[in-house]
Design a protein around this ligand. Sequence first.
Ligand code: 3H9
Length: 696
Amino acid sequence: MTDMVAYETHGAVAVLRLQNPPVNALSQAVRQALMQGMDRAEADPGVRAVLIVGDGRAFIAGADIKEFGKPPREPHLPDLCDRIEASPLLVVASMHGVSLGGGLEVALSAHYRIAQPEARIGLPEVHLGLIPGAGGTQRLPRLTGAKAAVEVITSGRHVPADEAARLGIIDRVEAGDPQAVGLACAQALLASGAARRPVSEMPAPAPIDWDATYAKVLKKGRGQLSPAQAVRAVQASAELPFADGLAAERRIFQELMATDQRQGMIHAFFSERAVSNLSELASVAPRAVEAVGVIGGGTMGAGIATSALLAGLSVVLVERGQTAAEAARARIAGNLDGALNRGKLTQERHDALLGQALEVVTDYAALADVDLVIEAVFEDMAVKTAVFAELDAVCKPGAVLATNTSYLDIGEIAAQTSRPSDVIGLHFFSPAHVMKLLEVVVPDQTVPDVVATGFALGKRMGKVAVRSGVCDGFIGNRIMRAYRTAADHMVLDGATPFEIDAALTDFGFAMGPFAVSDLAGLDIAWAMRKRLAPTRDPRERVGRYPDTLCEAGEFGRKTGKGFYLYDAGSVEPNPEVMELVMAERAERGITPRGFSPEEIQRRYMAAMVNEAAKIVGEGIARRPLDVDMVLLFGYGFPRYHGGPLKWADLQGVDTVLADIETYAREDDFFWQPAPLLRQLAAEGRCFDDLNKAPQT
Ligand code: 3H9
């Protein structure tokens, strides 16, 4: 027995207490220690029951994810669960914190389950590209019925204890020390002569319409395999004897373990946690932030203010005049109403946030005491520098001055102040109170504790904060420009925007790039094209047909017409688009050719990977995983591909490079391979090797 599981007896009850911080993951050592604990309890003459309980903040958060992809080592988790359930002793699990995945599967193998009121349980394996693999798909439906089991497993959601009790997953909810509560429960069961109660011996669930459920889940997953496969595993619980159902679950689990999707999802899991962990900030304390200023109360400013309020910060929002100030307050109120309606906020808190925590003013002087200011005004250097001059004059020494610009040179903005080392970019994504991504954009002169403050604020707001250097568009928008250009080129050369959108939603994106443009407003990209036009290299190919749409006042969804026609909920391709495209092709002397969905996907991804590799090579992003998280959390990149650079690794960097070299034969101006991509291919390395390298 190792110290992973402590063993002690209390009368006739043996307590097996897991102690594998931080979340009692079921590593090989823990599995082995639990096996030994069961052996010891059964050999202990006075023992008639076993209590399984977790030390620290959770019962068990599941299998040890770090072991996935490595050769499995005995004892295997399914065998441990079967061993626990088959014990002649009465087994009780007392759950607190989270019981997830294999953790819940261990509890389902116990004969009785008791939980703390704040406990949460779940089978989140689908979020790792897997299904529960230690009996969860067979035991859960025997407790809840098939419909509820399918919902819990395919959503992977955390189920609160009271709901879990209603569903029949746990027997009792009781507050107290988990060990003391569990012991009392085990002793009471023994005293009442309660029998062992293996879930595997309970009747199989009644069938549901499996094919319809499978189809629905598959559609919802947009190409993600694991939730749909989970339906088939639950189906096995209804149709096969328990042992055969377990075998079916095992087979599906192992098939999924071998997929790229599993690798992509696990990359996303660890990267999401690693991305804000910067070694250079490890010993840097952030500045204290309790009061935040926001300049500008448009959609973005109001979203930022809402996010700050929801994070428990007080907010002073500055607008230019009384009418604009009232509109800003109304926008924030609307956002908070939404949070209230979604149950994220109580009425009392909603009223307190709007009443006491928010101040909307028209005078910069009100910013004298704020700890950090975020400017979200019109995207124009002259306007921004004027705002920063005002901030410099009124803000207290040590206040962090942040800009939400999406492409302007923050170094230049900072240089207008007397304190450039306190200036930083905090680039939110719209709607800012909903979108998880925050780019923390760091000009050269910014001091480390200001950077640390940006990350601390992101954490407090529940954002995924990613460090970016300064360049036009930073990480996300710069990459977006590249893949959008690839899409535009395909349209000029023969694809339709609608074929491109369809191919990319098939790839797993929530929306294709043209539908996204319509949603964002075609005028945004139009303004960008106009801004870049004077410095554009004449070799760059830029289609003119979107300008024609804009000149006709067709800006996408907001005008009801763009690449698509929007009418009373229906969305149809706008036929005028192809007329404009064909006219432009004829004018340019282009003979259009067909693009298969696969070619569309490969070109789009090649453009994305190539620009991402340039961004990592230039040091704008510190690590490939930083880019992956920007695309995942800000641009709708399908999580199950892990991010563009994880996708490139899974394809092989040499394969992606070969694609780019092929495309470069047609257009060697746009398709210039990133030096880093060439280097990795030549050295036989992949992007993930750079994630593992120590940061400099
Ligand atoms: C499974 O069980 C398969 C079985 O069905 C069948 C097998 C045959 N393993 O998120 P946090 C680490 S699949 C290893 O920052 P929080 C995490 O990386 C598993 N490590 O804290 C982090 O490390 P670091 C099904 C794990 O409070 C630290 O713990 N289970 C695991 O915000 C703290 O985590 C899941 O999918 C793990 N299982 O959230 C649960 N879990 O400090 C996945 C966590 O070095 N985990 N770590 O960065 C979670 O959802 C959250 O971590 C949890 C805590 C809610 C537990």
